[in-house]
Design a protein around this ligand. Structure first.
Ligand code: GLU
Length: 501
């Protein structure tokens, strides 16, 4: 039987890193084994679902390179696959028919209990220290009893009969699992009184209808699986193989939460994480190749991925490791590709500077390309580009006077240092204005004056960039140009002198 697996996101929020990892593992598994990867949108929670979230989910998956074989129509492209529609709200007739069938076969029943009755049951159970469960008040109503409830105007929900006992299954990752259904809350509501179906029901109806062979999803669904298995059985459908992926954890080992870890894939994208790094990181979040290797492309992952090698213990989200991987991946980009990807981040940084009242010069392509080798090595994230080179694109920088004076210097020495640097650079001249020339001339100056070269360079760096961290100094000066370098040294010197007055 050919493998069919799926990702079934609910568009109730942007694509979460946990769902992205689930999608990735499904994708890798399907690609490795020559199976089919299905995308299904589970949008039956109308109150919480939003089109904007669906768009975010689809775009983020696409950005990560996780392409599906079957799925709904998107952005004018038609739906793909023979089992559509792939949005649950477009499949309501199927759920209705299936619920009717279960009712006919007495595997489900109408329940007329009111909110008040259910609340009273829960309160009594709490008092008796019992786990909350449905007491079965409507499980055996006669036709007359039903008719009488109907005449009271009560609208029933549909409940599925959850047989008491042990449900067992062999999880690919966790091994043999047995769960006692008596602890699961009793008979399960599968259709609300307004006729809309609920998750546990639709997920099983669709996995059966779409002939899904493998359900690979987060461990948070583990306790749902026995309910799903009972539903598969009730429908007379084959049970898929289950693989429950380890939870993603906060650094303090609690379940990952928005307050402690950034969870939206789109937020990582906006911060200048690149897709290669995020895919690589998510792959390693719960799976290991069994070798020392850490850097994998999506295709390399397809070659190596095995569900059996997924860990069962929780996976702590380690932002530092992700940043490290991101830096590694940024370095690996071809220079032209890097320039392309970094450009919007630079534009955004400059827009912010302009909005803050700085005069901004349009980036010059030549300048940008010349600088690339200098910065590509140094960026942990693309959005750090502004901090690294915005000085190039500002007509004027405003160094912090305190930073202009290196620790071992006083203000007077800094004024002298900047003046002398200016003199020496002017002597080098516009024609010989190159990194090597500047390097030896300025080192000589430090020598003659008995300064540590690092102190002199710090003063110059702050004077021309207004930052303490920047690309290598002499390349920075060259990128800035002769005139602008002299001008900024003058300004910084004047600034310090002005403070003295
Ligand atoms: N819509 C469910 C979710 O987003 C799908 C769970 C499943 O894969 O069965 O959690």
């Amino acid at each position: 039987m050919t493998v069919r697996c799926r990702i079934a996101p609910s568009p109730t929020g942007p694509l979460h890193i946990g769902n992205a990892r689930t999608a990735l593992y499904n994708y890798l598994y399907a690609r490795r084994i020559g199976g089919t990867f299905v995308l299904r949108i589970e949008d039956t929670d109308a109150a919480r679902s939003a089109l904007e979230h669906e768009r975010d989910i689809l775009e983020s998956l696409h950005w990560l390179g996780i392409e599906w074989d079957e799925g709904p129509e998107v952005a004018g492209l038609p739906a793909r696959g023979p089992f559509g529609p792939y949005r649950q709200m477009e499949r309501l007739p199927l759920y209705r028919e299936t619920a009717e069938r279960l009712l006919r076969e007495d595997k489900a029943y109408h329940c007329y209990c009111t909110q008040e009755e259910l609340a009273a049951d829960r309160a009594a159970q709490e008092l008796a220290r019992e786990a909350p469960h449905y007491v079965g008040r409507c499980a055996r109503l006669t036709a007359e009893e039903r008719a009488s409830k109907e005449t009271q105007g009560r609208r029933p929900v549909v409940r599925f009969r959850v047989a008491e006992g042990i449900v067992a299954f062999d999880d690919v990752i966790r091994g043999h699992v047995e769960i006692d259904t008596t602890a699961l809350g009793g008979d399960l509501v599968i259709v609300r009184s307004d006729g809309t179906p609920l998750y546990h029901f639709t997920v099983v109806v669709d996995d059966a209808a779409m002939q899904i062979t493998d359900v690979i999803r987060g461990e948070d669904h583990l306790s749902n699986t026995p309910k799903h298995i009972l539903l598969f059985r009730a429908l007379g459908a084959d049970e898929p193989r289950f693989s429950h992926l380890p939870l993603i954890l906060n650094p303090d080992r609690t379940k990952v939460s928005k307050r402690k870890v950034q969870t939206a894939v789109s937020a990582y994208r906006e911060q200048g994480f690149i897709q290669e790094a995020l895919v690589n990181y998510l792959a390693l979040l719960g799976w290991s190749s069994g070798t020392e290797e850490e850097i994998f492309t999506l295709d390399e992952l397809v070659e190596r991925f095995e569900l059996e090698r997924v860990h069962s213990g929780g996976a702590v989200f380690d932002r530092e490791r992700l940043e490290w991987l991101n830096g590694q991946w940024i370095r690996r980009l071809a220079p032209e590709d890097f320039v392309e990807r970094v450009r919007p981040f630079l534009a955004r940084a400059l827009e912010a500077r302009a909005a803050a009242g700085d005069a901004v010069i349009e980036p010059d392509e030549g300048q940008l390309e010349a600088l690339v080798p200098l910065i590509q090595e140094r960026l942990p994230r693309l959005d750090a580009i502004g901090e690294l080179i915005d000085f190039l694109f500002l007509t004027e920088v405003r160094p912090d006077p305190a930073q202009l004076v290196p620790k071992r210097w006083d203000r007077e020495t800094a004024v002298t240092g900047l003046r002398e640097a200016r003199r020496v650079i002017a002597e080098v001249g516009a024609v010989s204005f190159e990194a090597d020339e500047l390097d030896s001339a300025l080192r000589r100056l430090a020598d003659v004056r008995g300064w540590k070269a690092g102190d002199l360079f710090t003063a110059i760096r702050v004077a021309v960039t207004a930052r303490t961290a920047a690309p290598p100094l002499f390349d920075t000066l060259v990128a800035l140009g002769y005139e602008r370098t002299l001008e900024r040294l003058d300004r910084a010197g004047e600034l310090l002198e002005g403070l003295e007055a």
